[in-house]
Write a protein that binds this ligand. Structure first.
Ligand code: BGC
Ligand code: CA
Length: 290
């Protein structure tokens, strides 16, 4: 199939657009602007994008089974109710203002996995961790020594968890136990050449292929489950940050981008939300069960 040219669906100067997640109940796409402290909701039926200002940096969100959203925010996991009330559910590296939460996603049992990173991205490495928020609101530290905790997703059979620490320039894989939520036997699956960007957000499609956004590389790259490169989709903006499938049949790949550090003259569309139809479908996204 011939790759489509990505369509710009929301023109925006999002500082760090990220975390696109389809909400099947409302048939809308939720995405964030991390350092812009905003949660966006794009409705493809109307073409409208609505914005909630959160007042805190928000690395990722998940739809909550009990209503509203759960946020991986600068100080920990926060709940955002439908009426707009926000509260800290549980702090994560709470008193350390040099760190914030970044990317995250829910597994099929409704546990919300999200990690941390230092604001100083060029500073010492390994200061962050990957955490798991369980439905009873207990937080478990799952992986230590992470620099920029980023893309995460699971294989369709739930036997593998894929994880990106951007500074390592790799996509790693763990054996995953869905019943216990434990991970072990970490190994490198894909080594990403720095010339094509930093591996950032990621999604796994229904066939098990990996779709990885390359920050600084103006592209989404697709890999087979064994790590073999399949296809590359190029973008007119350099900081492609994350991707997630949406649409009624999960046939559209939504791609977020970031305007941070890029002038409007250089890239007028940096920070916008894009979409294309790669010819495959995504896995059904999971809600946070708590
Ligand atoms: C982070 C950015 C970072 C980028 C590339 C994103 O997930 O939020 O701050 O620059 O990844 O590593
Ligand atoms: Ca990211």
């Amino acid at each position: 199939m011939k790759p489509e040219v990505p369509e710009l669906v929301v023109k925006m100067r999002a500082e760090v657009g990220e975390g696109p997640i389809w909400d099947p109940k409302t048939q809308t796409l939720v995405w964030v602007d991390i350092t812009g402290s905003a949660i966006h909701r794009y409705d493809p039926a109307t073409g409208q994008n609505t914005t909630i200002q959160t007042g805190v940096h928000v690395g990722a969100v998940a739809v909550r089974a009990s209503g509203g959203l759960v946020l991986a925010a600068e100080d920990g996991f926060r709940g955002l109710d439908l009426d707009g009330t926000q509260s800290l559910l549980v702090g994560v590296e709470h008193d350390n203002t040099a760190m914030r939460m970044n990317d995250g996603k829910c597994d099929r049992r409704g546990r919300f996995w999200a990690g941390t990173m230092a604001y100083d991205e060029a500073g010492p490495s390994g200061l962050g961790s990957l955490y798991r928020l369980d439905p009873d609101l207990q937080v478990v530290q799952m992986v230590e020594g992470v620099s920029i905790s980023n893309g995460i997703d699971w294989s369709p059979d739930d036997c593998l968890m894929y994880f990106i620490d951007s500074r390592s320039q790799t996509v790693d894989v763990f054996d995953f136990d869905l019943d216990t939520g434990s991970v072990q036997n970490r190994r490198t699956l894909i080594e990403v050449d720095a010339a094509i960007g930093l591996p950032d957000g990621m999604t796994v499609d229904a066939q098990g292929d990996l779709w990885v956004a390359m920050w600084g590389g103006a592209r989404i790259a697709c890999y087979a489950p064994d790590g073999t490169p399949r296809e590359v989709f190029r973008f007119p903006v350099s900081q492609t940050s994350s991707c997630g499938f949406g649409g009624s049949g999960l046939e559209d790949l939504y791609v977020t981008t970031a305007a941070r550090g890029i002038s409007e003259a250089a890239e007028p569309d940096a920070g916008s939300l894009y979409r294309f139809t790669p010819g495959v479908t995504g896995q059904m996204p999971n809600e946070f069960a708590g």
